[in-house]
Design a binder for this molecule. Structure first.
Ligand SMILES: [Zn+2]
Length: 307
C-alpha cells in the first residue's frame, strides 16, 4: 500500500481536488469501482460534479434511458453513504483514529466539529464490534495458561472521595499468556458470580486450557464444572505463589493499560463501555503496528460495507 503520509496526506489536507482520495478509496474497495443504472442497467459513467462536496457522481449516458439526466452519488452502499463529511476529511480522520489520536486532535487537524468527530469515531468502533462478533476469539488450548480476573472500571478517583459511582462497572477479562503481549478477551458483567463468569470462560477458552486466578469464590468450581485445570494465587499473601509460581500479572498489566485510556477520556458511560472494550480488543488483534491498524480498519470497513 502506498504510504499514506508521503503519497496521500498532502492531498487530503491541502488539496481541494478529491481525485486522489477517491482513487485511493476505490482501490481499497471503500467506494464502488463501477456502477450500473437502476433504470436501464447499463454501466454508468463517473463524471465531474463540481457543485457537490464529493466533486464526482455517477451518470447514465445511455441516450435512450429515461434516467439519463439523473446522478447517483459515489457513496451509494458505502460506509460514508449517510455522512455529510467530505471523503478527504473522512480518510484523514480514519487515519488519525488508527493512530489513536484523540477526538480533539481530529477537530483541530482535520477541521471537523467535535460532535461530528465523536459520531465518526463511534462508527469506527461499531466496525470493530462487528468484526469481533464475526470472528470470536478462542484463547488457550492444551497446556496454555489463561489468566482471569475481574476489574472495576469506574472506581472512584482520589479526587472524588466520597462520591460513589452510580453503578459499578465490572469487567471480566481473560488473558492468553502464550502471546507476548497477552491476547485478551473482556466483557462487561452485571454480576461477578459463578453463574455469570463460568459460561464466559467456557465460551472464550479452548479445552485443555490451564486457568490461573486469584481466590475469588466464583472461581472455585472451574475444575469440576468446566473440566479445566485451575490454579490460584492468594493475593492477600503474595502476588506470585512462591511454590507454584502461579500469578495473574498479565491480566493485571492489561487492566492498567486499558483503564489508562478511559481515564484520559475522563471516564466512559456504561452504555458505551462495551463498545470501547471492543475497540481495545480490536486494536490488540488487528492493530499491532500503526501501519497495519490503518490497513486493517480500511479492510474491515470494506468487508462490512461491500460496494
Ligand atoms: Zn440508464
Amino acid at each position: 500500500m502506498a504510504s499514506f503520509f508521503t503519497d496521500l496526506a498532502p492531498n487530503v489536507i491541502f488539496n481541494s481536488d478529491p481525485t486522489a482520495v477517491i482513487d485511493f478509496m476505490k482501490s481499497h474497495k471503500l467506494l464502488a469501482d463501477s456502477c450500473n443504472c437502476t433504470c436501464c442497467t447499463k454501466p454508468m459513467e463517473l463524471v465531474a460534479r463540481p457543485t457537490t462536496s464529493d466533486g464526482f457522481g455517477w451518470r447514465c449516458t445511455n441516450q435512450r434511458c429515461q434516467k439519463r439526466h439523473t446522478y447517483r452519488t459515489i457513496r451509494t452502499g458505502s460506509f460514508f453513504e449517510k455522512s455529510k463529511v467530505t471523503l478527504n476529511k473522512w480518510l484523514y480522520a480514519i487515519y488519525l483514529w488508527s493512530q489513536e489520536s484523540k477526538v480533539n486532535t481530529v477537530v483541530k487537524q482535520v477541521d471537523i466539529g467535535e460532535k461530528t468527530v465523536i459520531q465518526m469515531y463511534q462508527y469506527l468502533r461499531d466496525v470493530c464490534s462487528t468484526k469481533l462478533l464475526n470472528t470470536p476469539i478462542e484463547l488457550g488450548g492444551p497446556g496454555v495458561v489463561v489468566q482471569i480476573d475481574e476489574s472495576l472500571f469506574n472506581h472512584k478517583s482520589k479526587y472524588n472521595r466520597g462520591r460513589r459511582p452510580k453503578k459499578e462497572l465490572w469487567v471480566f477479562g481473560l488473558a492468553d499468556t502464550s502471546f507476548k503481549p497477552a491476547i485478551t478477551y473482556m466483557e462487561l458483567v452485571e454480576k461477578r458470580d459463578a453463574a455469570t463468569l463460568l459460561p464466559i470462560i467456557e465460551k472464550a477458552v479452548k479445552p485443555g486450557t490451564i486457568i490461573y486466578s486469584d481466590q475469588w469464590k466464583a472461581y472455585c468450581n472451574i475444575q469440576t464444572e468446566l473440566k479445566l485445570q485451575h490454579a490460584t494465587v492468594n493475593h492477600s499473601v503474595n502476588f506470585v505463589d512462591p511454590e507454584t509460581g502461579v500469578h495473574t500479572q498479565a491480566i493485571e498489566l492489561y487492566w492498567a493499560k486499558a483503564k489508562y485510556k478511559f481515564k484520559v477520556m475522563k471516564g466512559v458511560s456504561s452504555d458505551l463501555l462495551p463498545n470501547y472494550l471492543d475497540e481495545r480488543m480490536w486494536r490488540d488483534r488487528w492493530g499491532s503496528s500503526k501501519d497495519n491498524t490503518f490497513t486493517n480498519i480500511l479492510a474491515h470497513i470494506s468487508e462490512q460495507y461491500p460496494v
